[in-house]
Design a protein around this ligand. Sequence first.
Ligand SMILES: [Zn+2]
Length: 228
Amino acid sequence: MACALEKIEAVLDRWQESHWHLHQIEENYHNADALRYSMNAFIRSLREIPDMVSMALQNMDGFPTWHNPIKNELESKDHLFSKIIQHRNYIVHKSMLKPESKAFVASIRGHTIKMQFSFYVDPFEDSDLAIKRFIEFSKKDPILMQALAPDETQVLALIREWHIEGFNEEIIESFRNAWIRVTSYLSDILVFLGEERFPEGLPDCFRDPRDFRYKKYHRLHQDIQAND
Ligand SMILES: [Zn+2]
């Protein structure tokens, strides 16, 4: 079956690429433009996978008949993947994707939020600029900063939460789940080809989403000056 696996080499490469884009989303969580570009790239790469499977294996005996229903199940019935298709069509044919952004200034210790306030951050604004605005604001009205009381152990942070229409969870969670769904679909293809399934769930390289959603500003003033 080595030759069957060779036929889906490009598919597996696209799957690896979508995994890589997931990490880009994590790394760019606080950088508005880079985040949108990473989301677009993830959506496009993931969406292409089932069509690439169809193309790669269309001449294999019995494959199209077996594959059409499971492809249809993924594309039309699966809640997450059908949304991926919808967003992909929007990006490619209509306009730019504008995710919704919620933000909080907080003091945190590890992943524990000691205190937080909702703080408006535009979906096109980077977190470093937003925290700078907050600091400027605090100079005039120090009450919030005093309540947050950042020190060596309790760190000032900007917490962001991105959403796109149609997904209940924030985007790291939603996109990871969509990726897991496609991985499970690919596992079915591997079994058809006489190979082993991929391990279930997420690989270990996917860390707690809070590691990315909570951006810490340890050395506040140095950080701000460094970004000037
Ligand atoms: Zn990884």
